[in-house]
Design a protein around this ligand. Structure first.
Ligand code: ZN
Length: 144
């Protein structure tokens, strides 16, 4: 699998589909705002996967690599809406962090509870899971 990589806070190479690059941009922004990754030191990587897609062009593998203690990647189906792709990338990173790095990300800024990925209208959001007190658009996280 041919791979490309780029800084979390940088611009994805042209070979990365726009929907995927956009999703990485938004999720990376939230990761950096929360201090989970460094916008300059950590990198995304992505590659087209024939293995996952059975040859269909829609399946890509994306993940965080260089600069991280735990490099990882997961498959993303690009056939859905842009917001759907953002949700898939957010969920993939969240699942990895919870399962392998024991990092609960993100936590509700109001009362520190876990937040879940949801798609509301046409936007992917973080939704407070416990108290359901608020939603925050993915990509709009501000440092606390
Ligand atoms: Zn809350």
């Amino acid at each position: 699998m041919e791979q490309v990589s780029w800084p979390v806070g940088g611009i994805a190479p042209e070979s990365v589909p726009p929907a995927l690059a956009h999703a990485c941009d938004l999720v990376g922004s939230d990761l950096a705002a929360a201090g989970v990754v460094a916008a300059s030191g950590d990198t995304w990587w992505a590659g087209k996967s024939a293995l996952l897609s059975g040859g269909a062009p829609a399946a890509w593998v994306v993940g965080l690599g260089d600069g991280r203690k735990f490099a990882f990647g997961f498959g993303v189906d690009l056939s859905g809406s842009d917001a759907g792709v953002v949700a898939l990338v957010a969920e993939g990173v969240q699942t990895h962090l919870a399962g392998y790095e024991f990092v609960e990300w993100p936590r509700c800024p109001r009362h520190r509870g876990p937040m879940a990925v949801a798609v509301e209208d046409v936007a992917a959001v973080w939704a407070c899971r416990g108290a359901r007190c608020q939603t925050i658009p993915i990509g709009a996280w501000s440092p606390t």
